[in-house]
Design a protein around this ligand. Sequence first.
Ligand code: ZN
Ligand code: MN
Length: 144
Amino acid sequence: MKNRADSMLADLKRAGLKLTPQRIAIVREIADDLTHPTAQALFERLRTTFPTMSFATVYNTLDALAGCGLMGKLALGPDSRAVRFDPNTEVHHHAVCDGCGSVVDIPVETDEPAVLPLAATLKGFRVLREERTYRGLCDRCSRS
Ligand code: ZN
Ligand code: MN
């Protein structure tokens, strides 16, 4: 069975992006990372193996994956540098810790958005998906 990195690389190639050694390394680094890292965090991790890699290469590769629907992009704050990337492309919600900034996936039982409350307030608005963000404190932060 192919792993997530391999299928993401195949999708990236199908989307017309050339698979350079740096792009392959970026995809392998994030494919199984469910911590929702920022481009900066990935850049710092990859820099030890690829000293010539630029931040722009990391960001643009992740952004290209997101543009093809192969990567989720989470803007959890006003700062664009804080955009988090998410290899989980299934519909799901997130729990964000205000203490340490950790972001955890919350699976949903159904892809169907809850349209009823919206239909009453936004006439004619067609809901395509629903993304919820729960804010609070993770287990570790609420203990300290
Ligand atoms: Zn926390
Ligand atoms: Mn997620």
